[in-house]
Design a protein. Structure first.
Length: 125
């Protein structure tokens, strides 16, 4: 296609008015219902994570990771008190894990920051 032909087609298309297809409530509910099953599955998975018991280990790195992930899940399902409690436990185990070299400063710092935001408390390292 030449440049002149492309210009003509573009000019013709510019004169055509776009008319969106009609929407009805059934169109909207079809879209929403398609996502509902996925959302419910995700919520149940998150709830199972928040209800999980702590692992039977004394490894501070494993406990740090467990409480960090459980706190994240608690936040997503609206369990703020549990989120804060789990973040406090993650910090406790994270200090030992960080000192032992098992947890990076970046990961430990993120948990400290996450705890300070919802609780409004300053947490000393």
């Amino acid at each position: 296609m030449s440049l002149e032909e492309a210009k003509k087609i573009t000019a013709e298309l510019a004169n055509i008015e776009f008319v969106p297809p009609p929407r009805s409530i059934s169109d909207i509910t079809i879209v929403l219902d398609g996502k509902r099953g996925e959302s419910l599955t995700d919520i149940e998975r998150l709830r199972a994570t928040t209800d999980a018991s702590s692992p039977d280990t004394s490894d501070p790195a494993a406990l740090f990771e467990f409480y960090r992930l459980r706190a994240d899940a608690a936040q997503l399902v609206g369990r703020s008190a549990q989120q804060i409690a789990d973040l406090e436990l993650a910090v406790e185990h994270g200090r030992r894990s960080f000192t032992a070299g098992s947890t990076t400063a970046e990961t430990f710092g993120r948990v400290l920051t996450s705890l300070q935001a919802p609780s409004g408390r300053w947490v000393p390292c």
